[in-house]
Design a protein around this ligand. Structure first.
Ligand code: EPU
Length: 372
């Protein structure tokens, strides 16, 4: 384990913001991760885990912590498991997955997410094609339950191998124990704070079906048979590779180029509000979109696109202050136009959320995680 001091973190994040780490260590194995945990304890400093740095805002100045960059690698396609695992293996639940002819892929937490998606598409494995183009590592993916175009990692995740800092052991956390919800999991809460992701297992399907529930995506596969036809024709089963291409194309139009701007994708979560509150807003703003969901199978809630609110209610699309702006094509995305500090970003974000609160009464949460 090679510990470095006062290491700049800015270039390890996609927002291109942040100060230095008091201590910094990159770990390639679970043993090295355990050593880093012991080192932090000895220094009486908190441990901060960094994956691809694509969903974090690192504070300015020095971070008084041991920052651990997870570089645990290795991908096993068609993972069969250890003998003990095979003995205890439950038969796959066909209703949870599309298709029953499945294959497990197990990847070290430091592997790049999109490379795994690209390879699964090449291998004809279904399940994560809608999640194409998301930056970051596979280890970070279950933490915020990454989702896009009608899919979430929770739909295919079999288990997460975690290093438990309280016991000093690794263990497998099955999907049901990860408490997945919209951009949420056990790892973001107290119960999961001691659990560091080491490996992730996904169950992909060899005979899956396209998931074209998201309007932006289904539109890509609807075409007129004749140019003057009034009835559009839907391509029954687009190929995996075509779905990936379509998702990348949609993302390319909506998200800023990482090489050009500092960004962390959606900076905020889409708010989930009680149906009554939604109905009131809808009276005032009849075009306000909303997606009904049942949270904890009790109350009827509605998920509202924040981008729509920022654009149509707050009139903030493209809004800019100094070097921070709401991206002109997708206002839920904040961009660092160059040289912005974490404080600039925080002030800007607070200002936006204050305006949303004033106009709609809605409290919005950050999706991006703060490192300070
Ligand atoms: N809209 C506007 N004006 C705009 C842009 C969008 O009014 O300028 C409205 C449209 O009505 C549109 C709606 O906002 O239908 C939603 O926009 P979009 O489909 O782009 O999705 P989103 O809700 O803004 C979410 C995720 C993204 C994910 C996309 C696609 C969150 C916080 N964000 O964005 O995830 O890629 O859906 O599924 O849930 C991320 O989490 O970092 C992320 C990028």
């Amino acid at each position: 384990m090679h510990v470095q001091e006062h290491v700049p973190l800015r270039d390890l994040t996609t927002l291109k913001i942040g100060g230095t780490a008091r201590y910094f260590v990159s770990v390639a194995t679970v043993e090295e991760l355990a050593d880093a945990v012991s080192f932090a304890r000895a220094q009486k400093l908190p441990l901060v885990i960094l994956g691809g740095g694509s969903n974090v805002l690192v504070a300015d100045g020095e971070i008084e912590a041991v920052v651990v960059k997870i570089d645990i690698r290795g991908i096993e396609w068609g993972y069969r498991g250890t003998d003990a695992e095979q003995e205890h293996a439950r038969p796959p639940k066909p209703q949870r997955r599309r298709g029953t002819n499945t294959e497990l892929v197990v990847a070290g937490a430091g592997e790049n997410w999109d490379e795994i998606v690209a390879e699964s598409v090449r291998r004809g494995l279904w399940g994560i094609e809608n999640l194409s183009g998301i930056p970051g590592t596979i280890g970070a993916a279950p933490i915020q339950n990454i989702g896009a175009y009608g899919a979430e990692i929770k739909d295919v995740l079999e288990w997460v191998e975690v290093f438990d800092t309280t016991t000093g052991r690794t263990r497998k956390l099955p999907n049901a124990d990860c408490c997945f919800a919209y951009r949420d999991s056990i790892f973001k809460h107290r119960d999961g704070q001691a659990l560091l992701v080491a490996r992730v297992a996904l169950r992909l399907s060899k005979d899956g079906a396209p998931n074209l529930t998201y309007a932006d995506l289904s539109r890509c596969f609807t075409q007129s048979m004749f140019s003057n036809s009034v009835r559009p024709r839907t391509i029954a089963k687009p190929a995996l590779v075509a779905i990936r291409r379509a998702v990348l194309q949609i993302r390319g139009k909506k998200f800023p180029d990482l090489a050009q701007f500092g960004t962390a994708g959606s900076f905020f979560k889409n708010p989930i509000i009680p149906k009554e509150q939604y109905d009131e807003l809808k009276e005032k703003y009849p075009d306000l979109p909303g997606f009904k969901l049942k949270v904890n199978s009790q109350k009827l809630m509605v998920k509202v696109p924040l981008a729509w609110i920022l654009d149509n209610i707050c009139g903030l699309k493209g809004f800019r202050k100094g070097n921070v702006a709401l991206f002109e094509r997708q206002p839920i995305v904040l961009v660092n136009l160059g040289g912005a500090s974490a404080a600039d970003m925080q002030t800007f974000a607070a200002d936006i959320l204050r305006q949303v609160k004033e106009k709609t009464g809605i409290d919005v949460e950050w999706e991006v995680q703060c490192i300070h």
